[in-house]
Structure formats: C-alpha cells, structure tokens
Design a protein around this ligand. Structure first.
Ligand code: CA
Length: 224
C-alpha cells in the first residue's frame, strides 16, 4: 500500500514515514500543499491513501482536498488537524476528506484509521482478505494457507496485500512497483520477478493449487 504524507514539519513527516515503512507501507512525503497536490495529481492511481496536514504553506489541506475532489480524484484522505476545533473538522470533511485525526495522535490510532479507510467492503470479510484458502490479515500481519501460518518478509507481505486487495485483476510490474515501493527506491521490473519467485515459493509451492498466476506480457494475477 502506498501512502502520500503531506506535512510541512519535516520532523513529523519523517517520523510518520519511518513508522509506516516499519509497518510495510511505501511512503512518499511532500512538505507543502502545492507539492502534495502535484504529487497526488501526477499519479492519481499510485496512492492508496493520503495523510494530509491542514496548516500547510502554499495551499492548505482544505484546498488540496477540495481541488483533488473537483478533479475527480477519489483517493481516501485522512486529514491531520492540529486543533480539535469542530469547525475545522466540519470544513475538512466538507472539503472532501474521508476522516480526520487531531494532533498529537497515537501511532496505533493512525494505523487503525488508515486500515479502516483502506478497507474495501467487496474485497474483505471483516478485516481479513481471502483468496481460495489463502488469508491475509492487515492488522496482525498474519498470512495463512490451508490453516498453516506462512512467514513473509515485510516486502513480500506488502506485495501480497496489494495482490489480495486487487484479487482477480491483472497487475503490471510497474503498478506493483508504484504501490509497494516509494519513489526514491530504485526498483526494476526484474526485481519484482525475483520477489514474485520468493512469494510463490512460500504461498504456492507447498500446495497443490497455484493461486499466483503470471500473465505473460502483462503481469500477475492472484485468483483461486
Ligand atoms: Ca503544518
């Protein structure tokens, strides 16, 4: 899952970025409203969620959210508001934000709010994704197949989560790269193939029915 953090205080932006990366998210950070808006508009399908500060130079968070919605961009937006003022919350939600979190916030609460916004009713049963007998729980980071737990690295987990959230769809290597790695990472399509080989050896090899399919010339698809 790829996150865009728009926060002008570098220290806070960096802390959020590092914390989310520890949780397996890919994170890009921008430090003013205009750059945040530009990043979100330049690649409207790359980000799965935006964490948007309210008080920002150049364009404030309300303006960024409003403009993205006017553009037809429906990426989930979690507004980070410095004050708990009711007017700010109403303003933020009216501008197009999906939820808000008042600073200072607990990191655990931030993660829970993000999971709630990333939940897609049609793809989930409660909080757990299922494809065939393979399950993935984004909250506990647990992956099982046929009831046995499978140990994945953080990157393998992030790739599998992206595949499971989009089960049945063919995903290109480029799309996997943009959703799983941040823009500073030097990742080539060949690297994706290597990760897919690792992933396949863990989730498919020991089992009779393969779930991870290579669609030659296009990419990968996870389906039962
Ligand atoms: Ca700020």
């Amino acid at each position: 899952m790829k996150v865009l953090v728009v926060e002008d205080e570098y220290r806070i932006a960096q802390a959020i970025k590092e914390g989310l990366e520890d949780e397996g998210y890919a994170v890009d950070a921008e430090h003013n409203g205009q750059d945040g808006y530009n990043a979100a508009s330049a690649a409207p399908d790359d980000y799965d969620i935006i964490l948007l500060d309210v008080m920002l130079p150049q364009m404030n968070g309300f303006e960024v959210a409003k403009q993205l919605r006017v553009d037809g961009n429906h990426v989930p937006i979690l507004m980070l508001t410095a004050k708990d003022a009711e007017a700010d919350i109403v303003h933020g939600l009216d501008a197009g934000a999906d939820d808000y979190l008042a600073k200072p916030f607990s990191f655990e609460v931030l993660l829970a709010r993000m999971r709630a916004l990333l939940r897609r009713p049609q793809a989930t049963t409660g909080e757990v994704f299922e494809v065939g007998d393979l399950t993935l729980n984004p909250a506990t980071k647990q992956v099982t197949r046929s009831g046995s737990e499978i140990q994945l690295t953080a990157k393998e987990f992030a790739i599998l989560e992206y595949l499971m959230r989009n089960a049945g769809q063919v995903l290109s290597k480029e799309s996997i790269i943009t959703h799983v790695w941040d823009f500073d990472a030097d990742v080539l399509p060949n690297n994706v193939e290597v990760f897919m080989t690792f992933l396949r050896s863990k989730i498919d090899k020991p089992f009779a029915v393969p779930l991870l399919h290579t669609v030659r010339g296009f990419g990968y698809k996870l389906s039962a």
